[in-house]
Design a protein around this ligand. Sequence first.
Ligand SMILES: [Cu+2]
Length: 149
Amino acid sequence: MNQLRSRWLALALCCSATLASAQIKVENAWVRATVPGQQATGAFMKITSAEPVKLMSVATPAASINEIHEMKMEGGVMKMRAHLGGLEIPANATVELKSGGYHVMMMDLTQTIKSGQTVPLELLFADAKGLKRTVSVSARTSFKDPYQK
Ligand SMILES: [Cu+2]
């Protein structure tokens, strides 16, 4: 770990501007499949970043409106609301968007999300200085988490 840290530091000192974009990792991205006529669904993934960033927005051709939502228990009732101002990804921590927690709410779907396909997602991040960068992922589609064993 120490060795890893010092290597990151060395990289940051020499050329932070060019390497920055390579340091956000998005894994296990998937979108919950839908049945015909369904208007909304969720997208889930694990995000890791070497430096603190915020997930600001998500775009996909599969939905007209995409919001970052969080689910919380309130008085014994599960409530969902838009998480505004960007989802914080602390340095070297993995933030998981999953059922019952943070998720990308895809609304006004442009198509039925059939299971067993992929959906392209463009994730827009901003770093502490407000610099923006986009990470593109291909999300698997499934009625349940395809990465859960
Ligand atoms: Cu939601």
